[in-house]
Design a protein around this ligand. Sequence first.
Ligand code: 4G0
Length: 244
Amino acid sequence: MKFYVLTLFPEMIEQGLGASILGRAQERGAIAVRTVNIRDFSENKHGHVDDYPYGGGAGMVMQPGPVYRACEAVEAEIGHKARVLYMTPQGRVFDQKLAGELAQEEELIFLCGHYEGIDERVLEQKVTDSVSLGDYVLTGGELPAMVMIDCISRLIPGVLSNEQSAEVESFYDNLLEYPQYTRPEEFMGLRVPEVLLSGHHANIEKWRREQSIRRTLERRPDLLTGARLSEKEEEFLQKLREIT
Ligand code: 4G0
């Protein structure tokens, strides 16, 4: 997968995605991240890429020209159509399902806006998907783009090790993760649940599933409608619902 990021702050993207698992994935060639500085496509002698909003109002708006030319440059390099994702609070809310869909693409182009947004006309011309991370406003689209690239990358073969890959499954069940424990066996008087020390793998598996169900009911009951539970697990959930 090749990610292109159109931004006024390429260092932010390079720094953010250059460390840890995604940094190593780039070194291995499992993913590639190419930043494109929108400012390089300014035709203004000062390198300006923003101006006052027509009709008045607070803040500045990114001009269409530099964004259009930056996008054309990337499209020319790719040589075929690619999805252009615009990070905006007004977009479709990003989730694991959309991540899975986007992970099937060969290239993705991320457009990061700043100021009060980008001139609507270039968005009409170039954006295929407006995407939001949630109902809050940030200073720019860079952090949302990095979140999405992280989430999509871990679905791409060769990014996670085999050991890490097992965890990819968890969210697909629509259940939250069970609690984890490591040494010491007792911390501030709190013991690790006895079943985890038993070595009885079937019991451990059952306990973990039940913890996941309990936790999802308590914290994210909305997820449970999409969870695939066995008959026994449905009974367990019914019991929990009777108590609370
Ligand atoms: C476009 C995305 C970009 C328009 C971007 C702001 C939050 C998200 C930006 C605006 C962002 C998100 C209209 C404020 C940059 N903030 N929730 N900031 N407006 O995904």
